[in-house]
Design a protein around this ligand. Sequence first.
Ligand code: FAD
Length: 418
Amino acid sequence: MQNWAGNLEYSSTDIRRPRSVEELAEVVAGASRVKALGSRHSFNRVGDTSGVHVLLDGLPQEIELDSEARTVRVSGGVSYGELCRRLDRAGVAIHNLASLPHISVAGAIQTGTHGSGVNNPSLAGAVERIDLVRPSGEQVSLSAADGDQFLGSVVGLGALGIVTGLELSVRQSFHMRQRVLENLPWDSALENFGALVSSAYSVSLFTDYAGDVIDQVWLKALDSEPALAGLFGATAATEARHPLPGMSAETCTPQLDEPGPWLDRLPHFRHEFTPSNGEELQSEFILPLEQAPAALQAVRTLAAKVAPLLFVSEIRTGAADEFWLSPFYRQQSVALHFTWKPLQAEVEAVLPELEDLLRPFGARPHWGKLFTPASHDWEALYPRFGDFRSLAAAHDPEGKFRNDLLDSILGVPAASAR
Ligand SMILES: Cc1cc2nc3c(=O)[nH]c(=O)nc-3n(C[C@H](O)[C@H](O)[C@H](O)COP(=O)(O)OP(=O)(O)OC[C@H]3O[C@@H](n4cnc5c(N)ncnc54)[C@H](O)[C@@H]3O)c2cc1C
């Protein structure tokens, strides 16, 4: 079994598709190593195991809306695409979405997946309750009332249990318009960065860091926000655009200010379009928003090495949250995302240099993308890192949910059989 990008083959020796949570709990209890996989859109081995992989698409795929409480209960195997269609039919919405709707809700939230918007928390920000199966097969359900247990588990890298269900907060459905601006001079972007990324509900910048201009600015605006014909020297595109210059915009969500529902504007790509596999790699580094101009300027100094490996880089933002291993933990952030060409060796060769460059800005790597584990001081990056490690050791002392990547980050559990 491979991941979506096809850059890695999982090491599991057994793949199971339990038909009920009880059956899943039995599989987990009986395995010495086990891990869940969602839609396999991660680019690294965070979801790998040398034992049993459980796929949750055989479980009843429940999406139950509680209109009064403004929450939705979602089973572990459901994707955002499925969830959003159902929510929209009921007249409700989620606050934000990633660029692609095909990812699983549980897998996305476990790695801190996010969209953009200075006031929009990551997808984990909607979680009100999380249901987990522990290594013994015990089923637990945690909410904010459980304090640290909850705050440590929501962005949990799959290290604290198999997520069988989540309760997410929803809001009234909303309409948006999307507009692309072009050729934003780097100098004015850096000078006005805060105002630029606050100019609409969700703002994304697309660049390869070479040259004097940022190619595209994607503005996703609410009905209540003004239409911006230009901004800091950028001008409105007169045709729909793909983030990659020269590519057809057919696969992209509607632009040119055409109003439409949140679920067809927040992602960059249409739900009905399934991106082909194996054509790209990704890395992303998340750091405090106020550091953005200096960090971006630093990356520009590496443009000669980075640009030839890039399809494109996307610059996004996100609001702070309270989840211990969330890259947005307690800081309003900017996220520097890199969509690489499928040249893993070359990308892995340049990553340490990029990570060295971003270290002084407190950059936290995206847990589901390519990074160099040894390049990061996890304790310094995450104030509650030690607490997360203790939580994982307490709930999984034998390291049933561990793999080499998690061990290299969290350390090998004391009672691990390996
Ligand atoms: C084309 C593309 C676009 C992307 N766009 C974005 C984006 O806009 N923003 C962003 O932040 N990221 C983005 N990503 C990254 C992606 O969101 C993350 O890698 C996310 O984890 C993928 O979810 P998944 O279901 O595929 O998880 P998987 O890769 O299947 O698993 C990821 C982790 O979650 C764990 N996991 C999965 N399901 C469960 C479960 N039920 N219980 C416990 N643990 C579980 C796995 O064990 C593993 O540790 C993108 C990736 C791709 C390929």
